[in-house]
Design a protein around this ligand. Sequence first.
Ligand SMILES: [Zn+2]
Ligand SMILES: [Zn+2]
Length: 197
Amino acid sequence: MTTLLLDGGPTAPDAPVTRTGGTPLAPTGTPWPTCATCTAPLQFLAQIHLGDLPGHTAPTPGVLALFMCANRPGQCEQWSPTAGGNLALLLPADHLEPVPAPHGTDPELLTLGAVRAAVPTPTPPPPGATVLGRLGGTPDWLQYDETPDCPTCTRPMTFTAELTEGPDPATAMNFGSGRAYSHTCTPCGRAALLWQC
Ligand SMILES: [Zn+2]
Ligand SMILES: [Zn+2]
């Protein structure tokens, strides 16, 4: 089963919904994450409420928070699920608050230029809808199957979300005009992000 994510237009930067852009929400005291390759603060891309996944049942399983390095485009292996140029966090669903931005960093390196709600909708999409991605089902790989193994238990991770760059290249995520894929291992609390183009 697949749920589509449709462009719901602008939303608040700290909206507790599935969205691209804005401010990351995380448990109190969570520091803004940094690039494992160049040490600069990562750019926040998107948050995905896993309660939006098809077939999900209570309790709400959590929130997926996706980051990528915008400091040195193309030089931190941002596409790789393991190189450290991006980060996917599996967070609890409750008691999340905005993560304070690190001082002295260009805001363009920290957040996207626009905040867009990504509204979960069953397939097929209504005519004229802009699809931002999808949840569950199987990944639509642009190249080859690149399912990552969980860094904790080494088993293949579960495909969770696929994202496209969105309708406005000036303010959107940068996947080299490709698609991003996020996988999770819920028992281990791990998540991964990679993209292909
Ligand atoms: Zn970097
Ligand atoms: Zn695992």
